[in-house]
Design a protein around this ligand. Sequence first.
Ligand code: PXP
Length: 239
Amino acid sequence: MSKIRLGVNIDHVATVRNARGDIYPSPLRAALLAQKSGADSITIHLREDRRHIKEKDLKDIKSKLKIPLNLEIAATKEMMEIVLKRKPSFVCIVPEKREELTTEGGLNLSFKRSFLKKIINKLKKVSRISLFIEPNLKDIQDSKNLNVDCIEIHTGKFCNLVNKNKDYKNELNKIKKAINLGNKLGLEVHAGHGLTFKSAKILSKLSGIKEFNIGHFLIGESIFMGLEKTIKKFRKIIK
Ligand code: PXP
């Protein structure tokens, strides 16, 4: 089985910093330590409301990082212009609602579809493009029609069931089918949202996933284990 790449999402280092409006802890320092500790890429989500990552973080991290930077964005004109200016290696287009605590579900690919198509075509010239979608077959076929390079499957529902020790078989089956169709259509398949040591271990046994993007649990666990050890433990689990 081929190695799954580990994308480390450091948004919540910025969340802690912003809680005090101070300059620490530094997302740049976290990005560089994650790189040193074995992350394959660094993920940041520049939200419209800038609740965690700010544009200065994007600029600083992009200029110092050697591994690919994966920028999550909503499909808006402002974000399109930021990507064209900063040229991150990877872009993942995600849905965004101001009132949500986190990215609660996958994209609605029918909403403002012609604009979504326009953004994808423009951004493909500078970055690898991924769409964050639910594990449903229609959205996967639709992502292929939108001519993206990758899909990232939203694993939130699956992870919730795992965390609550509930039966996750149906949700795992949906994810399996989504991976198979994605691979069949020639899309690179990623997975993310809510992943912990336990849920990442279960999903890493499936073949066909090329990348995990993990943030909230990983940063939280770093309080107890340190960022380096936490990343190394994830690396071991998903190899
Ligand atoms: N992948 C995508 C596309 C995301 O938007 C997020 C964060 O919302 C993640 C992965 C990481 O999720 P988590 O922080 O729950 O690990």
